[in-house]
Design a protein around this ligand. Structure first.
Ligand SMILES: [Zn+2]
Length: 340
C-alpha cells in the first residue's frame, strides 16, 4: 500500500515565555500549586522539523540523503546490526524551583528505562498483541551517562543550570545559556537531553538528524522524565524520552503526521494509521482500512500513555541503525571512550 508523504511546511510561531520575570514575580509563581503533567501526550518534534525546513536548506538535503541511505541499507538487507553501541548521554537539568532540580537518581532512572525499552527487555512487552510480537527486536542501542566531559575531565554526565524562566517553549531557548538555558555539548559525541518545565502542554520535542549542532538533542518535561522523584503518571515510566530519542534517531510518528491516511512513517512493518492514539486504547483500533488488527497504538512512536507504549518494530530499528551508521556515526566512534 502506498504511503505517501504530504507534509505541510507551515511552522507555527512559538511565543517566548516570561523569562524576564522579576524575583518577586518568580517568588509568587513558586508559591502557587505545582502544575500537573499534561493529560495527553503531545510532542513538538514536527513543528521543530517544519521550522528547520524553512530556516536551513541544508537540513532538507541532509534528511534526503539519509532517507536514500536508509532505503539502500534495507534493500541490501544490511539493516540490522549485531553490534551493540552505548551512546554517551549528557542530561542538562535546567531549573528554577527545587522540585525542577531533579535528583541524580531520577536522571539515572531514565537511563535505566531507556536501556530496558531499547533492548526490548521491558516486562510489559508482553502486552504486544500476538500478531505483532514477532516484530519486536533489540535495537542494539544502549545509553550511559557520559563519564568524560568535552574537555576530557571526569563528569557524572549531568549539568545543572538555574534559570529565571517559568517554562520554556519549543523554540530551543533551553539549549542556549544566553537565553536562560544550557548550551549543548558537542552533538557529534554526545546525546544532549535537556530536562525542564515545558510550556504548551508538551511532554517533549526532538531534532531529527541533519539539523544544526547547537540545537541537536531532545528536550523532556521534568515531570515526564525518569521513573522516580517528580515523574508522575500517566507519564511516569520514562517513555517520553524513549519516544523523543526515537525521533533523534530518525523515527517518525506512527500515523505519519497527516489526518487523512496519506502520511507515512517510512516504515513497512507498521500499519498505516489515520491519527494519533491517546490514553489507553483497546486492541484492535481500526483506521485507514487497516483491519482486522488496526493501529499499532502500543508502539513507542504513537501518543498513548507510558504504560500503553511498549514496542519498536524491526523496521523502525532498521531506520535507527541506519542513522547511527550515517549522520550519527561519529557518536558511535567516540562512544566507548566517553562512557568508560
Ligand atoms: Zn513525537
Amino acid at each position: 500500500m502506498a504511503k505517501k508523504s504530504t507534509r505541510s511546511a507551515k511552522a507555527k510561531k512559538s511565543t517566548r515565555s516570561a523569562k524576564s520575570a522579576t524575583p518577586s514575580r518568580a517568588a509568587e509563581t513558586s508559591a502557587a500549586a505545582p502544575t500537573p503533567p499534561p493529560m495527553h501526550r503531545t510532542c513538538g518534534t514536527m513543528e521543530v522539523h517544519n521550522r528547520l525546513l524553512e530556516l536551513h536548506p541544508e537540513y532538507r538535503a541532509a534528511l534526503g540523503r539519509l532517507e536514500m541511505a536508509t532505503s539502500a541499507r534495507i534493500a541490501a538487507r544490511t539493516a540490522l546490526t549485531a553490534t551493540k553501541v552505548t551512546i554517551p548521554v549528557v542530561v542538562h537539568v535546567v531549573f528554577r524551583t527545587n522540585e525542577e532540580n531533579i535528583s541524580d537518581q531520577q536522571v539515572q532512572s531514565e537511563i535505566d528505562a531507556l536501556n530496558k525499552d531499547y533492548s526490548a527487555t521491558n516486562p510489559d512487552k508482553s502486552h504486544v498483541p500476538s500478531v505483532w510480537s514477532g516484530l519486536v527486536v533489540d535495537t542494539m542501542i544502549r545509553f550511559a551517562l557520559a563519564k568524560k566531559d568535552p574537555s576530557g575531565k571526569p563528569t557524572n554526565g549531568i549539568t545543572r543550570t538555574q534559570t529565571t524562566a517559568t517554562t520554556f517553549p519549543q523554540d530551543d531557548s533551553v539549549k542556549s545559556s544566553a537565553q536562560g538555558g544550557q548550551d549543548a555539548w558537542p552533538s557529534d559525541k554526545y546525546l544532549n537531553i535537556w530536562v525542564c518545565s515545558l510550556g504548551g502542554g508538551l511532554l517533549g520535542y526532538a531534532q531529527f538528524p541533519g539539523g544544526p549542532a547547537t540545537t541537536d538533542g531532545v528536550v523532556i518535561l521534568n515531570k515526564a522524565f525518569g521513573t522516580v522523584g517528580s515523574a508522575a503518571p500517566p507519564f511516569g515510566l520514562g517513555r517520553s524520552a524513549t519516544h523523543e530519542i526515537g525521533h533523534w534517531l530518525n523515527l517518525r510518528h506512527i500515523w505519519g503526521d497527516t489526518e487523512d491516511c496519506s502520511g507515512t512513517d517510512f516504515v513497512d512493518d507498521t500499519p498505516n494509521a489515520q491519527l494519533p492514539n491517546f490514553g489507553k486504547p483497546v486492541f484492535p483500533h481500526v483506521s485507514c482500512s487497516n483491519g482486522p488488527n488496526g493501529d499499532m497504538f502500543m508502539n513507542y512512536m504513537d501518543y498513548v500513555d507510558d504504560d500503553t507504549m511498549v514496542m519498536f518494530t524491526a523496521g523502525q530499528v532498521a531506520r535507527m541503525q541506519a542513522t547511527l551508521a550515517g549522520p550519527r556515526s561519529s557518536i558511535v566512534t567516540m562512544a566507548a571512550a566517553l562512557t568508560s
